[in-house]
Design a protein around this ligand. Structure first.
Ligand code: 3HC
Length: 688
């Protein structure tokens, strides 16, 4: 019938199957297929009811995100949904995989829904800076009530079929392997029992009780103000659900569409859509085709049970992969295991895991004191002290112990991977796997490709990242790789700027208003000045503060003073230390600066460093740099990351400012040739 749609009629039940890999996104071909299929079956007198089902791995995964920002093609999603809802015969959605966004909205215009137990349904548009724009904000509250709808749509959290059934979103559960048959049987029952055409739009009983009661929404806004900061979509979602309560259905749908249209062209939504594709694009490596063979990773060894090693270990346990965990002495090993167990038990206390699962995961760890136990693992990850001598020694020993054909990885965050690899006779098997703290939480995994790392090893690392729920970003070898190298620029500039007049609180506020959870000085105080300013070296403010016993939050003061409740207040003592150090350096105080100036000073150098990474071939693409910043440093996703943000600011403006800084402060600020060339040519890093 069409390329993506096929029709069959079984004993009076029409079955419309849509198959458009990979995820049946509701692009133009799919919309045409549904439109045509429903109309055809609707007009066929032998058909009494219609089952709408998808082939492949999932029910519709939503609108086709790549179509946003382009002129709509007919039939629009809204028009197709109307055809289904207004069909004179019952239409039954048969759901497997995920019914997300427009996919769930489509299911909600069907007259009944049946799903396999493993299916999930949800409205995740918020993650794209959007709201459900095809009736989702009007229909879902009519089934689950506005309170649950607020929770589900603002969080974007998908729910499992069973919960969906409990909430009434799904009418029945099918057998896991018998969706089609069960859906047809369900349809036949609907026909035989003469059940009505259930239209969610006509249901008012879940929303009516809330009409004229704005408190629910006011309270929701108040409670979530912090989490919403910087994002546009959550507020519009709240408004749309309010409309579902206050307005008749047709008007509510109109309001929803207006609110959707406000969001679609916004920078925030563009940035989040860019991040959606950016995240999925990182695993593509031009010279490593997707057909490259990968190695099975069934057993992992981790060396070092400290904070990093423990977090790394948890990733594998969570994925059901056994880990041999090696430490130098029993005490450190016990401590490390204790921390892992406590982490799981805390999760269990919050109800997000059962005690049985805690025990299952702990049972996957084999603690040991000797590297010899790593002889037969498939992958070793070294996560010991950041010192070249120590790492080389470990790799040389591993070379003699670990079986040939296993991958030897280092979690180094700054050191030269090629030098580490050269300590072995098999550098092609050595790769960097750089996790970000807390390693069991942060989604970035930098895969560092050494000069000799084999393609199979890189391909395996990229695939493994997905298995453990990480987003891999490939990096060449350089000091700090991608995320640390760019973000170090921010730290360097914060340290320099604080000597010129702006206070730690002013700098932190500018950065926090930009969208980072914590400004650089609060962050230093949290981590500990002694930790960050460790070791001997030339005099710095940080070292001066450490010498004064100001180690950060833990000692009651660092760049700020802290009370018992760890509340920060600007510190006169720290201010004096900063002024003394500035005087020692001969730097005059030129007073406060605007937030815009502070942001330019701290973040334009990050952009410039990103451009250098591209120039040097350390990063493959600008979006990889953005994903590294977003997923490794919580760079606010609604700005799109440093390179996308730079494009929105305008590269000529950034270049001009960097040149100004170059004159004032020196050549460290000189714009990279790539940045300058792009600015001059009117090009961008991330668009077009
Ligand atoms: N539009 C366009 N492409 C999509 C897409 C969509 N909605 N969803 C997934 N894709 C693409 C991905 O980019 C990827 O392409 P690639 O292979 O070229 O990289 C491919 O499909 C497979 O996707 P994943 O790698 O993410 O596959 P997974 O199996 O890991 O996950 C999924 C499947 C859970 C469906 C996940 O893809 C997903 O969450 N998709 C987005 C769902 C979503 O946000 N839907 C709402 C869209 S907005 C909307 O509907 C607006 C409406 O209200 C008007």
């Amino acid at each position: 019938m069409t390329d993506v749609a096929s029709l069959s009629i079984e004993n009076g039940i029409g079955v419309l199957t849509i198959d458009s890999p990979p995820v049946n996104a509701l692009g133009i071909a799919v919309r045409r297929g549904i439109d045509h299929g429903i109309r055809t079956l609707g007009a066929d007198d032998s058909v009494k009811a219609i089952v709408l089902i998808c082939g492949g791995r999932t029910f519709f995964a939503g609108a086709d995100i790549s179509e946003f920002g382009r002129p709509p093609e007919e039939p629009t999603l809204g028009a197709v949904l109307d055809v289904i809802e207004n069909c004179s015969k019952p239409v039954i959605a048969a759901i497997h995989g995920t019914a997300l966004g427009g996919g769930l909205e489509l299911a909600l215009v069907c007259h009944y829904r049946i799903a396999v137990p493993s299916a999930k349904v949800g409205l995740p548009e918020v993650h794209l800076g959007l709201l459900p724009g095809a009736g989702g904000t009007q229909r879902l509250p009519r089934i689950v009530g506005p309170e649950t709808a607020l929770d589900l749509i603002v969080s974007g959290r998908p729910i499992k079929a069973k919960e969906a059934e409990r909430l009434g979103v799904v009418d029945a559960l099918a057998g896991e392997a018998t969706l089609r048959e069960d859906a047809v049987a369900f349809a036949r029952k609907v026909v035989e029992e003469g059940r009505p055409l259930m239209r969610v739009r006509d249901r008012q009983n879940k929303v009516d009780p809330y009409r004229g009661k704005p408190e629910l929404f006011a309270e929701f806004r108040r409670k979530n103000a912090r989490a919403f900061k910087g994002f546009k979509a959550p507020e519009n979602i709240v408004k749309a659900i309010e409309a579902a309560v206050e307005l008749p259905f047709e008007e509510g749908v109109k309001r929803e569409w207006e609110l959707f249209q406000e969001l679609e062209p916004s920078i925030e939504s563009q940035a989040q859509r860019y991040a959606f594709f950016g995240e999925r694009g990182t695993a593509r490596v031009p010279d490593i085709p997707s057909s490259t063979p990968t190695l099975p990773i069934a057993k992992v060894g981790v060396i070092g049970a400290g904070t990093m090693g423990g977090g790394i270990t948890m990733n594998f346990l969570n994925a059901g992969i056994p880990v041999t965990l090696v430490e130098m002495n029993q005490q450190a090993l016990d401590r490390g295991l204790g921390v892992i167990r406590r982490n799981y038990e805390n999760t269990a206390k919050k109800g997000r895991m059962t005690q049985e699962q805690v025990e299952q995961r702990m049972a996957l760890v084999t603690p040991t004191l000797g590297l010899e136990a790593l002889a037969d693992v498939d992958l070793v990850i070294e996560a010991v002290f950041e010192e070249m001598g120590v790492k080389k020694d470990i790799f040389a020993r591993l070379d003699g112990i670990v079986r040939q054909g296993a991958i030897l990885a280092s979690n180094t965050s700054f050191l030269d991977l090629n030098e580490i690899a050269a300590a072995t006779a098999r550098p092609e098997w050595v790769v960097g796997l750089h996790f970000f703290s807390p390693a069991n939480v942060m989604r970035l995994l930098e895969v560092v490709r050494g000069d000799k790392t084999s393609k199979e090893v890189v391909a395996t690392a990229m695939k493994l990242a997905k298995t453990i729920g990480k987003v891999p970003v490939l990096s060449g070898v350089c000091f700090g790789f991608i995320a640390n190298r760019i973000m170090n620029q921010r730290a360097v500039q914060a340290d320099a700027l604080v000597l010129e007049g702006p206070t730690p609180a002013e700098i932190d506020k500018a950065i926090e208003d930009y969208g980072f959870a914590m400004g650089p000085f609060r962050m230093i105080d949290l981590v500990g000045l002694d930790v960050l300013g460790r070791g001997e070296g030339e005099r710095t403010v940080m070292r001066d503060l450490v010498a004064m016993g100001r180690l950060g939050q833990k000692s009651g003061g660092g760049y700020y003073d802290y009370d018992e409740a760890r509340k920060a207040t600007p510190s006169p003592v720290a201010a004096q230390a900063i002024a003394d150090f500035a005087a020692h350096k001969g730097i005059g105080n030129s007073g406060s600066q605007s937030d815009e100036e502070i942001i330019a000073r701290l973040l334009y150098p990050v952009v410039n460093e990103g451009a250098k990474l591209l120039e040097e071939g350390i990063a493959l693409r600008a979006s990889d740099i953005d994903m590294a910043a977003i997923l490794g440093y919580n760079w606010p996703v609604y700005t799109g990351g440093p390179m996308f943000w730079a494009d929105t600011v305008g590269l000529p403006k950034i270049v001009a400012k960097l040149k100004e800084y170059e004159v004032r402060y020196g050549e460290a600020f000189r714009p990279s040739p790539l940045l300058e060339a792009k600015a001059a040519a009117g090009e961008s890093f991330t668009r077009g």
